[in-house]
Design a protein around this ligand. Structure first.
Ligand code: ZN
Length: 208
């Protein structure tokens, strides 16, 4: 662990009411992060995310695997709706995105064979950057306490010079871990960065 290590904290599936708490912590610590957002009932918070200087990316409008991975056209319809919501709230035309389930998901094969292979190529051709992660907090399955989230994130970060950390700002126990993760990182002297179009994408192996 040293000052050459860089960490991109990323939060998927929000905004939720708990996102406001993350924004407060980030402001207090003067740390910028990245939010891959969904059309939740709290989309006005997207404005605050961007106003605070964080990166914003498209995750999905519905996050319904059945709907978005039904066909290439269905995916881009869903993508465009969320992209437009972000634009309406902030004026930002983001090119950052994260596929629901990540690019390596296999659930999409249930609905459409080969769709991830095609989508990954198409979004790249369209000038978008899709991000996966190399540090998984396991907050969407496996763990249910802030201590466990901290454990998996801190252990994962130690293995990488550049970490893209996956968390979800809809789970209270994951939100509860954020302050400790940042405090720990700052004490180690690492740099927290928001994602931008030139950041390492940490692509996983496409499996459908
Ligand atoms: Zn998600």
């Amino acid at each position: 662990m040293n000052e050459y290590m860089k960490i991109a904290l990323t939060f998927d599936d929000g905004p939720s009411e708990r996102t406001v708490e993350i924004l407060e912590i980030l402001r207090e610590k003067d740390v910028k992060a990245t939010f891959f957002v969904v059309n939740t009932g709290n989309v006005d918070i997207i404005r605050d995310i961007v106003a605070d200087g964080h990166a914003i990316g498209v995750h999905s409008t519905t996050h319904s695997y059945r709907d978005i991975y039904a066909s290439d056209e269905a995916f881009f319809r869903d993508f465009e709706t969320m992209h437009n919501i972000i634009y309406e709230k902030t004026g930002v035309q983001t090119t950052l995105m994260r596929f629901p389930g990540g690019s390596s998901n296999t659930v999409s094969a249930t609905y459409c064979q080969g769709i991830m292979t095609r989508l990954a190529q198409k979004v790249t051709d369209y000038g978008l950057q899709y991000f996966d992660w190399n540090v998984n907090s396991l907050d969407a399955g496996g763990v249910q306490t802030a201590d466990e989230v901290f454990y998996h994130v801190s252990r994962g970060i130690a293995n990488h010079r550049y970490s893209v950390v996956l968390q979800h700002d809809i789970y209270g126990y994951s939100v509860d871990a954020v302050e400790k993760i940042i405090q720990w990182g700052l004490e180690k002297g690492v740099t927290f960065l928001p994602l931008d179009p030139t950041s390492p994408t940490c692509h996983q192996r496409i499996a459908n």
